[in-house]
Design a protein around this ligand. Structure first.
Ligand SMILES: [Zn+2]
Length: 389
């Protein structure tokens, strides 16, 4: 089932995927989703924020059990982050039908828009808008690298930006949400198990640092006469690593923009994005405050997500049902997910992880063995069957 997606948005040079929200690749993925829904006779709906829902049963009478994930990707990401959850959702539904299960509640397959935030810098855009965690005013004004706003690109895709925002009606159809996802670490490798359950999502955020200087000639400008923003930027990168070790968190500068960006020019402006996460919010906050104070840059918080602890009862139920003879291991994660946004909005939510042999994610190297993917589908089907009783 992953095969028909393998070519969509693939960059032959990196071997990774570029699947920005509302891009041509995204539209093709949405088409694939619609086809899978139609093939199974599911009722396809797109909500006001562009999230897709394929229903088996009518959730307007009774909230359903929803599973799914996202189809967009970080730039040059792997094949599994997101798509594995969507493909497994359809496969689990097939398995339930094969088992001749008659669900006591509607079952939905969801695909959330712009989970990675690759284009506009805010992750989980679709679920944040749906739940009201992000205002439409702020979202629609965000710009991509070409200077296009979300409103522009949605209009071009034939959607109505005026409709974007908190959607209580759609949210009310989601009684429970279970997201299956490739693990983005090696917890399950250490446990020796193919499938695990999430305990919590670490608090995490993104900050934009603008270092201002003066663009100048790299040959004729004496060192003493330069105002080179690359130097404080470099100090930030090293300080982030040092502070992360001290505060027992993780901090990453993974994206920069240098202007004018010539090899023979002192830059005039360096923009860098800091991503920081950790098990404890005060430690993450302390790191960001420390770096901001020392950076000599204009600092803006682009997103912040507090810790999400998934409900213990649902989590333990999943671990029991998905684990077979021995309960599935329960693991925290440093990665954000739509399941976390829904949980924060009060929707009972949980996550299943599928083993990732290298732990590498957000890279073309991301992988899951087919046998483990199958184990994930069986676990998800077992969970859905249990929750739909
Ligand atoms: Zn993901």
């Amino acid at each position: 089932m992953l095969e028909p997606l393998a070519h969509i948005g693939r960059d032959p040079r990196s071997g990774g995927y570029v699947r920005d929200a509302w891009s041509a690749a995204d539209m093709e993925l949405r088409g694939w989703f619609a086809g899978e829904a139609a093939r199974r006779g599911l009722d396809l709906r797109e909500d006001r924020n562009g999230n897709l829902w394929a229903w088996w049963g009518d959730p307007s009478r009774r909230p359903g059990v929803v599973t799914g994930s996202h189809l967009d990707s970080v730039r040059h990401g792997g094949a599994y982050d997101g798509p594995l959850g969507v493909v497994s959702a359809f496969a689990a539904l097939d398995l339930l039908r094969e088992r001749q299960v008659t669900p006591g509640r509607p079952i939905g397959v969801a695909c959330f828009t712009d989970e990675e935030g690759a284009r506009f810098g805010v992750p989980c855009m679709g679920s944040r808008l749906l739940t009201g965690a992000l205002t439409p005013e702020r979202a629609l004004a965000l710009t991509d690298d070409d200077g296009d706003t979300l409103a522009d690109v949605m209009t071009r895709a034939g959607r109505k930006p005026a409709d974007v925002g908190h959607d209580a009606e759609t949210l009310a159809t989601v009684g429970t949400f279970v997201e299956l996802h490739v693990e983005q670490g090696r917890g399950l490798v250490h446990e020796g198990r193919p499938v695990g359950v999430a305990s919590a999502i670490w608090p995490h955020g993104r900050w934009r640092f603008d270092f201002h200087g003066r663009a100048d000639h790299a040959g004729t400008t004496r060192l003493a006469d330069r105002d080179d923003p690359m130097l404080p930027f470099a100090r930030l990168v090293l300080a982030a690593r040092e502070a992360a070790e001290r505060h027992d968190v993780v901090a990453t500068v993974g994206k920069t923009r240098v202007s004018p960006g010539n090899a023979n020019a002192v830059p005039g402006l360096v923009t860098a994005w800091l991503d920081a996460r950790g098990p404890a919010e005060p430690a993450v906050r302390a790191l960001v405050e420390e770096l901001s104070a020392a950076a000599g840059a204009d600092v803006r918080e682009e997103s912040w997500t507090p810790e999400v602890a998934f409900g213990a009862a649902l989590r333990d139920r999943l671990a029991r049902v998905a684990g077979g003879d021995t309960p599935a291991p329960i693991l925290p994660t440093g990665a954000g997910h739509d399941a976390g946004i829904l949980a924060t909005a009060g929707v009972p939510s949980a996550m299943l992880f599928v083993r990732n042999p290298t732990g590498v994610s957000h890279s073309p190297e991301e992988h899951a063995d087919q046998a483990d993917c199958h184990a994930g589908v069986v676990a998800l089907a077992d969970v859905l069957e249990d929750l739909c009783r």
